[in-house]
Design a protein. Structure first.
Ligand SMILES: Nc1ncnc2c1ncn2[C@@H]1O[C@H](COP(=O)(O)OP(=O)(O)O)[C@@H](O)[C@H]1O
Ligand SMILES: [Mg+2]
Length: 249
């Protein structure tokens, strides 16, 4: 498949060029989601009827002790795994209605992923890493270079564009990963313990950056974290407990 989303359309720069009406409703809606691993007596019921909404433009934190199902849930939302039952809607699209190509395009064009271990490509420079998602959707090279430069300044790394991940600190690598996640102007950022490998001070700086880009880029974010500092920066906190969601004010 080639460029089929209209995102590389004709209407010039700045913001999205999509002429469609903005979808109404929450950015994410999860309804009665179940996901188990294994079967019989040894089965692990990671999610046992999870329901919640993520409103557009919010930074929502997902907490819960290790093994509570956070990664399982984020993988389902990102279309990396399928639920046993229940429904997931992202930006108005029911994931169950997407085929393999549809899921691929959703992940490439509408969701930005940020992982605990950064996930950068070691042999590419910071700038090249940020540009990867735009190459995958065959964006115009000039548009790509401009946006990469803009994103590197947004995350405070304009002076580090030519460095490879091994030449950057952990916090800087995660900043590159955040810039990369924003490359295709996703509707949704999904971050799985993005500060899990960082010291407290660096982790806080990364969380504050996430907080800032949710505001400045108009993106919605769902962030799994143990980090008390992030919980304080979130618009809303969801807790996974016993396979269910408990919402905190
Ligand atoms: N691929 C898998 N196979 C079997 N069990 C799994 C698998 N992935 C996760 N689990 C189990 O599901 C539960 C939830 O795991 P996970 O979603 O990774 O939680 P968290 O991210 O909150 O630590 C845990 O009991 C874990 O051991
Ligand atoms: Mg996890």
């Amino acid at each position: 498949m080639t460029e089929s989303t209209g995102r590389t359309g004709t209407e010039g720069q700045g913001g999205t060029a999509i002429a469609e009406e903005p979808a109404a409703g929450p950015m994410v809606r999860v309804e009665d989601l179940h996901r188990s691993y294994g079967s019989g007596a040894g089965a692990v019921h990671a999610l046992r009827g999870v329901s919640f909404d993520v409103p557009r433009g919010e930074l929502v934190a997902l907490k819960g002790r290790s093994g509570s199902g956070k990664t399982t849930l984020l993988n389902l939302l990102g279309g990396l795994d399928s639920p046993d039952s229940g429904r997931i809607t992202v930006d108005g699209t029911d994931l169950a209605e997407l085929g393999e190509n549809g899921l691929l395009e959703l992940r490439r064009d509408r969701i930005g992923f940020i992982f605990q271990s950064f996930g950068l490509i070691p042999i590419l420079t910071a700038a090249e890493n940020v540009g990867v998602p735009m190459r995958l959707r065959k964006a115009d090279p000039r548009e790509r270079e401009d946006r990469v430069a803009l994103l590197l300044s947004l995350v405070g790394l304009a002076d580090h564009a030519a460095q490879r991940p091994g030449e950057l600190s952990g916090g800087q690598q995660q900043r590159v990963a955040i810039a990369r996640a924003l490359a295709n102007r996703p509707a949704l950022l999904i971050a799985d313990e993005p500060t899990g490998q960082l010291d407290a001070e660096t982790g806080l700086a990364v969380m504050e950056l996430l907080r800032a880009v949710v505001r400045s880029e108009g993106v919605t974010a769902l962030v799994a974290t143990h980090d008390a500092q992030l919980l304080g920066l979130a618009d809303r906190v969801l807790e996974l407990s016993d396979g269910h969601i408990v919402e905190h004010a």
